[in-house]
Design a protein around this ligand. Sequence first.
Ligand code: ADP
Ligand code: MG
Length: 337
Amino acid sequence: MPKSSQAEAGSILIAAVSGRALAAAARRAGLTPLVADFFADADTGQLAPATDFVRLSGGKAANVAFLARRLGLSAQLLGCVGDDELAEQALAPLRAAGIGLDHVSRAEGCATAVSMIAVLPDGKKSIVLAENANLAWSEAAKRRCLAAIEAAPPDSLLVADYEVPADLVSAAVAAARRRGFPVVIDPSSAERAEKAVLGQALAVTPNPAEAGTLAGLTVDGAESAAKAARRFAEWGVKLACVKLPDGGCVAASEGRLVMVPPVTVPVVDSTGAGDAFAGALAVALAEEQRPFDAVCFAVASSHIAVTGYGSQPAYPTRSQIDALLPRLLQGAHDVAT
Ligand SMILES: Nc1ncnc2c1ncn2[C@@H]1O[C@H](COP(=O)(O)OP(=O)(O)O)[C@@H](O)[C@H]1O
Ligand SMILES: [Mg+2]
């Protein structure tokens, strides 16, 4: 498979999510004082000590917008924050990166969504999410979001996730499709996602648990991931990606099923790696890369995202992706359908 094409100016509309303030904690052992009550060991009541505490910007759409911008595309965030000081924590790095924030609404009397994240020594994370403003969209805010899609430039692509109300995602996807915009959906939370909406997507990017919930299967390995991907293709998804827990991916498109095996990278923190996948996939598809080349581009992006601490601060540059890409393209292979 050929190397990816270079960035071209394009426009990405990131729908449906607040910038969300992210409290990332404890690189080595643990747990942030902020969330001690949540993480107390249920049996002993003991709290594990944390070794570090940082506050960052995050949220699925915020992360996707950040990466799209980093990879050279223009990006607009469609989201909802609260009227507290966390809103600025979520939005400031996005503003500094040049992401359009004109369509971010503010829910009065509401806190900005917060993820409280404990990062464990192996880089795996445990997240407690307070959705707050993510679910507090007023009817006027929803109308503003849809109006932004209706007024978006002709070459736009919509990236949506389910950290916001499902009816807003349905309406945003419908508005995008009316404009002829391709849509990429990260179906998390999977419980909120609807088959009829996913079926309109150019691409979907569930992890195994989400794929299992959506497809009504247990997804516990490459074979069941492939089965789920095929099912999403039957629903109408043009490029159905199921991310595997180790960095690999199984994808169904154009009647083919392709496995992209992972390569080994030093793992520091996997926070936001799924968003790094969705964002890079959206960028590659906006650049009209071929489907399985786009998947390898996304796999490369999520690999790099796990090698640094936090989400946005660990996101790759294009040259980092391009450096890893040949190994992933080389390993990608068809599997029997
Ligand atoms: N050790 C690793 N090496 C490379 N990629 C990894 C590794 N661990 C996890 N990933 C990737 O990180 C991503 C995590 O996505 P997801 O499960 O959606 O999490 P989240 O949405 O919380 O970031 C997946 O693409 C997964 O393959
Ligand atoms: Mg995810």
